[in-house]
Write a protein that binds this ligand. Structure first.
Ligand code: NI
Ligand code: MN
Length: 226
């Protein structure tokens, strides 16, 4: 298999499959101080959203065109449907096969309110599996024990894990999550965007190393092949 993973910045990523499909997760680029890529430079066949906070879904309407499918929990999908998007509503614990692969939605411990103040449904993590290769975007979450269950249920190749603290896990919590999820490697996200989530990703990498987990620290704008 061949696909690429691009880190825009914060929690925004893009996966491209070998047949050219673009899957964007949590797009927030134009107001993102760390992203040199802007929404006008990005196209998406699918936009996957973990929750309704602006730093995760903020540029969805700018990137979505008439064919883009926005995938989110029902309440958030409904919000984007009202705004004119094609959507696919899903819920925690559910999975669906799309043209590029499978999306499974799992729990995250976090809030979710849309930019106009409406309830955005439950915050989620998203596991995408393409040709047997799994990427788990944890969204914004604190540490919770059911991550052990997810680790038992699911083979995880690449884990995208928040380490910024304050709103989410910090480096040591995130390393504990990794020890339960046992990914082939982990990529830290959701740090250094604002002063309140300033973190040294080396602390996370070292804590993971002690637990036998590999870490790849991606710079904003960087792409890797999977
Ligand atoms: Ni959030
Ligand atoms: Mn966030």
């Amino acid at each position: 298999i061949w696909m690429t993973l691009r880190f825009f910045a914060h929690a925004s990523f893009q996966t491209r499959t070998d047949d050219g499909q673009s899957i964007v997760i949590d797009p927030w680029l134009d107001a993102n101080p760390l992203s040199s890529v802007k929404s006008k430079d990005v196209s998406a066949d699918y936009i996957l959203l973990t929750h309704a906070h602006g730093d995760h879904c903020g540029d969805t309407l700018k990137i979505a065109d008439k064919d883009t499918i926005v995938v989110a929990v029902s309440e958030l999908a409904g919000y984007f449907k009202e705004a004119g998007c094609k959507t696919h509503a899903i819920q925690i614990g559910g999975a669906h096969n799309f043209s590029f692969g499978t999306v499974r939605v799992v729990k995250a411990e976090h809030g979710s309110m849309t930019p106009d103040g409406r309830y955005g449904g439950l915050a989620a993590g998203i596991i995408i599996t393409i040709n047997g290769y799994s990427i788990y975007h944890m969204g914004d979450t604190g540490l919770f024990g059911d991550l052990k269950l997810i680790g038992d249920m699911q083979n995880i190749d690449c884990l995208l894990v928040p380490i910024g603290g304050n709103y989410t896990m910090d480096p040591s919590d995130a390393a504990m999550a990794c020890s339960w999820l046992k990914p082939r490697f982990a990529i830290p996200m959701h740090y250094n965007t604002f002063p309140v989530i300033k973190q040294d990703p080396a602390l996370f990498a070292n804590a993971c190393k002690e637990r036998g987990i590999s870490v790849k620290i991606m710079q904003p704008g960087e792409s890797i092949s999977l």
